[in-house]
Design a protein around this ligand. Structure first.
Ligand code: CTP
Ligand code: MG
Length: 166
């Protein structure tokens, strides 16, 4: 899951500039995604996830970490891109529910990246997910994700990188 966990904090660090929705509104008069989803955040986040994944592939090859899930080029791209597509999908629904940018939406804010990453993986490389994400792995992901999400966001908040600690 490392390639899926890295894009969000990196997007928060590097984000800014042109919003993905170019400032446009949906037919309900609210923003399509909002100013919290930018091209810079998206591109830097996905590239960082892929870079970390490449290091994992290299480490698995040189250190023989065969007990860990085995990454491929497809798996690291799908996990990183899926994480931020999930985040954008969540923002789209958040705006439709009338929640402003940065408003807390418990559960969705924590699991959007898992849903996005798994969905993209199921569409483009289902064999990987069925081989690597066994029940114990899934349970660890479901428990660890909200804990990591909250911890990293609290750190980001105190460092002044994030406006809200969630
Ligand atoms: N960010 C970005 N581009 C992205 C994702 C995130 O630039 N694709 C940056 C933005 O600066 C954003 C910050 O990371 O404010 C934190 O991300 P997040 O909490 O997901 O966004 P919110 O501002 O809370 O917006 P939303 O309510 O839509 O989730
Ligand atoms: Mg947020």
């Amino acid at each position: 899951m490392v390639p899926a966990y890295i894009p969000n904090p990196v997007a928060a660090l590097c984000g800014g500039g042109t919003p993905v929705d170019f400032g446009r509104n949906y037919k309900d008069g609210r923003r399509l995604l909002g100013d919290g989803k930018t091209y810079r955040g998206l591109i830097c986040g996905v590239l960082a996830g892929i870079a970390i994944g490449a290091v994992q592939i290299w480490l698995a090859g040189t250190c023989g970490w065969t007990s860990l899930p085995q990454h491929t080029v497809a798996s690291i791209v799908l996990l990183s891109l899926g994480a931020l597509l999930g985040d954008m999908g969540k923002s789209f629904i958040k705006r439709r529910l009338g929640k402003d940018r940065g408003a807390a939406w418990p559960v969705a804010d924590q699991y959007d990246l898992v849903v996005g990453a798994f969905l993209l993986m199921l569409i483009f490389d289902p064999a990987w997910i069925f081989a690597e994400v066994t029940l114990p792995v899934l349970i660890v992901i479901l428990v660890l994700t909200p804990v990591l999400h909250r911890s990293v966001n609290i750190i980001g908040y105190f460092l002044g990188v994030k406006k809200e600690p969630w």
